[in-house]
Design a protein. Structure first.
Length: 202
């Protein structure tokens, strides 16, 4: 991205008024599609037309970001929003659901999905405190993916990058101010699913 205009990552961060750590994650494909406001900042930093960067991000145009109201209701699917998790219940049990969000069927095909809110700053700058994320349910992942994990000791769901070493699973934070969490026999947990995208761009 920054190479196209021969800017260093730090130069681009200054020109776009964005965090260089965030831009590094974005360039390495470890960050979901930025929100429209962030894309507009990038256009200023890269000094290119808005239409070009919105096309790169898969959006129709800078003035027409993904608009859920323009999609036929028959093409929408109701996705549960998970709040607190009831002990012993499946993640999408009625006891866990605080509401629903309608999303285009194309976004949520090929699996079961739920929406989870990120609480805390441990995944910044990849995912900011209070952001909602779309999670596809699955019981395993690949190393390095942002994953929703259920911690059995306090029955809370957390978003972390997963690293597997022998019989242990290490939950890694993007924010270096936080210490990794190690899951093992003494501190059990299970993978709920993989984060596919942020919902705050809608």
């Amino acid at each position: 991205m920054s190479e196209r205009k021969k800017f260093t990552l730090r130069q681009l961060a200054v020109q776009a008024k964005l965090d260089p750590g965030y831009l590094s994650l974005l360039e390495r494909g470890k960050r979901n599609i930025p929100k429209p406001d962030t894309l507009r900042k990038l256009t200023k930093g890269l000094r290119i037309d808005e239409s070009e960067i919105f096309k790169m991000a898969g959006l129709e145009s800078p003035n027409e970001p993904t608009n859920l109201t323009s999609i036929d209701s028959s093409e929408m699917i109701s996705i549960p929003i998970i709040d607190e998790i009831a002990c012993g219940e499946p993640i999408t049990a009625v006891e866990n659901i605080s509401g629903h969000m309608l999303l285009p069927g194309d976004l949520v095909k090929g699996g079961d999905y739920f929406i989870l809110k990120c609480i805390g700053k441990s995944m910044e700058p990849a995912i900011m405190n209070g952001f909602n994320v779309l999670v596809r349910e699955q019981l395993d992942d690949e190393n390095g993916q942002i994953t929703a994990v259920l911690l059995d000791d306090d029955n809370t769901a957390t978003l972390k990058r997963v690293k597997k070493i022998k019989s242990s699973i290490i939950l890694m934070h993007d924010n270096p101010d936080f210490e990794p969490i190690i899951l093992n026999e003494d501190k059990p947990g299970r993978i709920l699913g993989i984060v596919k995208m942020e919902m705050n761009m809608f």
